[in-house]
Design a protein around this ligand. Sequence first.
Ligand code: IPE
Length: 257
Amino acid sequence: MKKEMVIVKFGGSLITDKSSDKPKINRLHLEAIGKILNQKNYDLIVVHGAGSFGHPIAKKFGIATGLDGSHGQEKAIKETREQVQELNNILCNYMNAEGISTASIAPSSTMTTNGPKEIIDFPFELFDRALKENKIPVTFGDVTQDEKQGISILSGDILMMELTKYYEPLYSIFVMDHPGVYDGDPNNPDSKIKSIINIETIKNLNSNQKGADVTGGLVGKIECAVEMANYSETWITNLDLLKGFFDKKPLGSKVVL
Ligand code: IPE
């Protein structure tokens, strides 16, 4: 029988120490991910972000806004790609340690973009092939060749959107370092997780939660998630709650139209 599918994105803030200006992993979270994903009931696709692998250097050299022709930026592009690929290797290693077979799909060598929000030639065949071989495809936010601006930063959130539209999985899950989207300041103990969110949520988002980075933080994520809700049950949750999804007990913030 064909298995149902779940697509998961691990945010950079979860798998790395995002406050660090140098690449630094969050080992405990990576270990926990390997253990949670070791299940046999669902076909899985994994997407991950960059956090401190990629974001600081991309910001410093203005990579998100395209090629500026400088030698410094050229070096920084190479370094950013190396950093995100390294993080991908690390995550795959933690999964492999649990006996999970992975197939790494790097956007910098397999996709072209037309601005940061549009992938021109999404290589679905690579994902299909990996799934057929009982491997989990693992792709990630990366620096792509871009038709409009020479290079672009392709966020894992856009990859989530494209994959969700194509595969229409049972669940599409953004796993972050918070159990969902708060109704106020996440640092205030009185703030609660909103069980349902939609595009209106963006207007009242607390500024301590927006998390501005080179790919748009939580606002960009909610915009993608609302579009995805047309195709799949879409959630924002954390690592502690992720296990429940594999028992069909989803918890966190559910994204609706
Ligand atoms: C960013 O990807 C990729 C680079 C900075 C090269 P994401 O936008 O998916 O990363 P996170 O989850 O915000 O860290």
